[in-house]
Design a protein around this ligand. Sequence first.
Ligand code: SF4
Ligand code: SF4
Length: 267
Amino acid sequence: MGYMTRHFTKRTDPTLLVEGARSVISLLYNYYTDKKQQDPCAPVLSIYAYGKDYHHVMKDKMKRLFDFIIREIGEARGRIFVDSAPVLERAWAREAGLGWIGRNSCLISRRAGSFVFIGEIILDLELEYNRVPVKDLCGSCTRCVDACPTGAILPERTIDSGRCISYQTIENRGQIPGELTGKFANRVFGCDICQEVCPWNRKAPEHDEPAFEPFPGLLEMSREEWHSLDQEKYRRLFSVSAVRRAGYSKLKSNLAFIEKDPFSEKE
Ligand code: SF4
Ligand code: SF4
């Protein structure tokens, strides 16, 4: 979070990221799948982490688009961003007419739902741009607020990261606050709860990206196998996964934190 605060100016001013920036191309990439982990008591992984790290998958595709633009148009300077630089991703996607920012703070596309990765290409070319704003379609719905097990969804479409399972299981390098004990709904890496309950995801289309297919054996892991995960199995399963962002020690400490979680106990 400190990183984002330090880069606040860059987040709001693309010319600080790309000299002479004139356009931002905002892209969404669907990662939804209805495939589920088989053991109902197994620690739950966010669905975006089933397959290869989306940063690499997206960047490869966006690089091809960028190269295409250069081939077609000629000299241009730009940079590609996928969740890895100080860019206001959801705000740009909203500005580009790709969706609205829901009460759970996710970008929601009317067609694809919210299980989408967001990427940007910032260019020093002036492009024709869409400016068809998408209406906020949350209406009076509060499903995500009601379903969040830690009460992390605040008014004004903000998330209290200190209470958000996603932040706590991935980004937080310190100890998870004790007051959240028993509230993680058995989530070990990321949390999809506020998206799972969102009516705009009911008809989310299944992704067709082979790289996002679950690693062999991952969805079949039992609760016991998860809790006895050793370094070798971690490397085998997650060597090219976004789970590496957390790392083995963090994953183990998340597992220890949720071990007594009431959701993980067998009936
Ligand atoms: S990701 Fe989970 S913990 Fe965070 S706001 Fe959504 S439901 Fe709450
Ligand atoms: S669950 Fe309801 S309030 Fe929350 S993001 Fe979806 S539509 Fe909006």
